[in-house]
Design a protein around this ligand. Sequence first.
Ligand SMILES: C[S@@+](CC[C@H](N)C(=O)[O-])C[C@H]1O[C@@H](n2cnc3c(N)ncnc32)[C@H](O)[C@@H]1O
Length: 231
Amino acid sequence: MFDAHKPSPAVAALRPSEYTAALVHALRAEPRRVRGARVLEIGCGSGVILAVLGSLGAASLCGVDIEDDAIATGRALLQDLGHEAEIYRGDMWQPVAGRRFDLVVANLPHFPMDHFEVAGRLSTWSSGGIDGRELLDPFLEGLSDHFTAYGRALITHNAFIDVERSRRILERHGLAMHIVRTVLVHISKEKIDLMTPSILQAEEGRSVHRYGPHIFADMHIVEIAAAGTRG
Ligand SMILES: C[S@@+](CC[C@H](N)C(=O)[O-])C[C@H]1O[C@@H](n2cnc3c(N)ncnc32)[C@H](O)[C@@H]1O
């Protein structure tokens, strides 16, 4: 049985981050958009975002993750909280090929760095490859194939990995994006030291803010829907 007071090593490793919290905040701000929706989360990790979606009244919950521990931990959490959920181990869209959802959420690994482990976590937790877009691009390319007629997505999007490129990809698929809110996230020294140098150099003073040894960066919560259907 899941015991919140005694987290297993896997639960501790998959702990929510500031990115998770910002996404949860945005979802909780608009519960009517979740109530009754068939939802999918790509990269569900601990399962906490699916748990939030379940508590907000989603009609069905589906999660995908590449990491074995995430599957076991997510299933245990949702079961313990009394939510039915399908959780699949697999790569991105592959486990849900041919299926469509009203709401797709994702807090993908999209930090611009090579495939390094950070804070003892697998590189698949936060590395988005050199440009940060290794996962984000195929996610955006595949999104429209998984939307129902009124489908929309809510995702985290670092400001320093080319927001306009995301916009252009989505436009090619008849989708539009809208920045719902921007929050500051703290970037650890370990992570900054691994960040792709050309991106760090270009973004310092723009979306990356340094105060002595303390570094913060802008992170957007982005909503995506068919072009012309916002609201
Ligand atoms: C930044 S974590 C987010 C976890 C959780 N959603 C949260 O917000 O706390 C990114 C998640 O994406 C998963 N992931 C990485 N590559 C993936 C892939 N190719 N397909 C599916 N999930 C993937 C990781 O295992 C990890 O659980």
